[in-house]
Ligand binder design. Structure first.
Ligand SMILES: NC(=O)c1ccc[n+]([C@@H]2O[C@H](COP(=O)([O-])OP(=O)(O)OC[C@H]3O[C@@H](n4cnc5c(N)ncnc54)[C@H](O)[C@@H]3O)[C@@H](O)[C@H]2O)c1
Length: 340
């Protein structure tokens, strides 16, 4: 499958390298970046990929049959719509768009086409530990899953990140995990925040999101983007008979000088590298089998609606209802589950 990759920064460069070195049945046919020098370096690492300064031009090129979008958030919806217009499958990094309205535009365009072509980069759905927790939660082994708990800590937030960025860029993964793990929709959110760094803009870099999920379930997410010590993401699903949770994934436990210690990853590129590989391999296999089965445009939209309600809650100091239209039949849950 000849793939074109839009954006060759941290994520796009990684996706291109994984596609080139690790994914059977895929070939990096082209890369696109406004910084063509950066694109050139990635193209060189990935065989003989063509280089485009303009993403639209690359997407329209006949040599590109499927597209990965890893350029900045504001480019996502427009480029995804271009892929849909041309009938080319697209794996778009999260968030699908920068507003629920824009994301709904993508959903509507896909529904109008009548076929699923969009997958969203919620890669935790491919992390083996997250998959185990989800499979346990949905198997009935721990009884009825009734509570989702998530924690998401970055060592530091990028310059310019504000309270809304924390939600749209970081918490969106956790909102998706909650929807996926509990197999439901988020109905109401209530968010409190703290500014732990004394930032000039009063950014809430630490946020506590409480929410309810369809079927009378509950959830809580801690997202802390200036946690300092490293990168850590985890979930626990509490059921009526037991619980399932992720454990710190890597490194030996060292016992020394009357203390236990274990390393912590630097960032998502390190922590989730295996998940990004499984995600891309699964995507390419699904394309070759003719049926996408990963997180879809509806998942991208629903997570954004919940995210927008979180931002409204932080600003108002009140709980906010999450309202969304009925899910179109194209996104029916009868679709095959993601398996690893
Ligand atoms: N799934 C995840 O775990 C995860 C993690 C981090 C970032 N992301 C998402 O991935 C995307 C990229 O993030 P990043 O960390 O790689 O950013 P980055 O800044 O490292 O890279 C972005 C690249 O896109 C290029 N670019 C800018 N405008 C462009 C355009 N119009 N067309 C083509 N290229 C353009 C930039 O020159 C840069 O090389 C963001 O949307 C971000 O939210 C996802």
């Amino acid at each position: 499958m000849p793939v074109g990759v839009v954006g060759t920064g941290g994520m796009g460069g990684m996706h291109a390298r994984i596609l080139h070195h690790k994914v059977a049945g895929a070939r990096v046919a082209a890369v696109s970046d406004v910084d063509t020098e950066r694109a050139g370096k990635v193209a060189e690492e990935c065989g003989s990929a063509a280089i485009f300064a303009d993403a639209g031009e690359m997407i329209r090129d006949d040599a590109v049959e499927a597209v990965v979008i890893a350029s900045p958030d504001p480019t996502h919806a427009e480029l995804t719509l271009e892929c849909l217009r041309l009938g080319k499958p697209v794996l778009c990094e999260k968030p699908l768009a920068t507003s629920p309205e824009e994301a709904l535009g993508v959903v509507e365009a896909e529904v109008e086409r009548g076929e699923k072509l969009v997958q969203v980069g919620f890669m935790r759905r491919y992390d083996p530990q997250h998959v185990d927790v989800r499979n346990t939660a949905t198997s009935g082994d721990i009884g009825q899953p009734v509570l989702f708990k998530g924690w998401h800590r970055n060592a530091a937030s990028p310059p310019g990140a504000d309270s809304g960025w924390v939600v749209i860029n970081s918490a969106i993964h956790d909102l998706d995990s909650a929807r996926w793990m509990l197999d439901g929709e988020i109905e109401e959110v209530f968010v409190r925040g703290l500014d732990t760094t004394g930032s000039p803009d009063g950014e809430f870099d630490l946020q506590l999101i409480q929410f309810s999920v369809s079927g009378g379930r509950l959830g809580i997410i801690e997202v802390y983007v200036d946690a300092g010590y490293g990168y850590e993401v985890g979930v626990e699903v509490v059921g009526t008979r037991g619980t399932a949770y992720t454990a710190p994934p890597t490194g030996a436990v060292i016992r020394l000088e009357r203390a236990y210690s274990q390393g912590v990853e630097d960032d998502w590129l390190e922590r989730f590298e295996p998940a990004y590989t499984i995600q891309l391999q699964g995507w390419i296999e699904a394309l070759n089998n003719g049926q996408l089965n990963g997180p879809d445009a509806w998942d991208g939209y629903a997570a954004l609606v919940a995210a927008e309600a979180c931002i409204a809650s932080i600003r108002s100091g009140n709980p906010k209802t999450v309202s969304q239209p009925e899910r179109p039949a194209l996104y029916s849950r009868e679709a095959p589950e993601v398996v690893r």
